[in-house]
Design a protein around this ligand. Structure first.
Ligand code: SF4
Length: 252
């Protein structure tokens, strides 16, 4: 899972839910500037998630983990890295250390060796050891089901804490990574200049029964369809709901 927002959205008028799919050809003129970046209407948000739910009722994250501790470690390691790259490294690591105690016993040098294929591995190895120490010292070796406590752990920011609260503890949190940020701004669902603004907007807008899985739907949509450089609008199920212009078309 990558971190930083990577896309300054270009804007146009949002299509009505009732409008037909976008034009088949990409506009050659400059995208018009958006007058105001308003959050989506409740009807549009509900329709977006109704469609994403119909396509994949139980979306899952792609990081591999065994328990809340290994989930926490995997998410810490995933900053500035791909989930598949993290999974390759953690299969061996978690086979040897799936608790804070075992991670400490393994030691920083061995952790570093296991994760050396991941970006920022030296600093991440330090953080994995330090958060294991802190979990043992402050939480009896248990990952706390509390976002405020999680963000006090080394290497754990709000996004990581939100992922852990959602995946390990079933809380309806909205982790805003680069994909969620991009999709939320392009459609737009909950436009914002920072991940915190987008998170607050999603929290306000997304209704039940979609709240628990919303961040996974948006991550997967951004990763596989609404890509940063070339969104695949021609096969996007949200095309007629989305205001992003110019929409891309399939190559012949
Ligand atoms: S892929 Fe295109 S149509 Fe679909 S949400 Fe992204 S920008 Fe909008």
């Amino acid at each position: 899972m990558t971190n930083a927002p990577d896309d300054v959205p270009r804007r146009a008028k949002r299509a009505s839910i009732k409008t037909q799919p976008a034009k088949a050809k990409m506009s050659k003129t400059k995208a018009p500037r958006m007058k105001a970046r308003k959050p989506a209407s409740p009807a549009l948000v509900a329709e977006v998630f109704r469609r994403l739910h119909a396509i994949e009722p139980e979306p899952k994250g792609e990081l591999e983990y065994l328990n809340p501790f290994t989930l926490l470690v995997a998410v810490v390691l995933s900053a500035q890295a791909t989930d598949s790259g993290v999974n390759k490294a953690t299969r061996g690591l978690f086979a040897r250390a799936d608790t804070p105690q075992k991670m400490l016993a393994l030691g920083e040098d061995a952790v570093r060796e296991h994760i050396k294929t991941i970006g920022l591995f030296r600093n991440k190895a330090k953080n994995v050891i330090a958060l294991s120490q802190q979990l043992l010292r402050d939480h009896g070796g248990i990952v706390p089901a509390d976002r405020d406590a999680l963000v006090k752990l080394p290497g754990v920011g709000r996004k990581t804490a939100n992922v852990v609260m959602n995946m390990a503890f079933g809380e309806a949190t909205f982790a805003v990574d680069t994909h969620v940020f991009r999709v939320s701004n392009r459609i737009p669902l909950a436009p914002g200049k920072t991940p915190e603004q987008v998170e607050a907007g999603l929290d306000r807008l997304i209704p039940e029964p979609y709240r628990l899985h919303a961040h996974h739907w948006l991550i997967l949509h951004g990763r596989y369809l609404c890509k940063a450089r070339l969104p695949e609008c021609w096969r996007c199920p949200l095309n007629d709901l989305c205001a992003y212009e110019p929409k891309s078309v399939a190559r012949a």
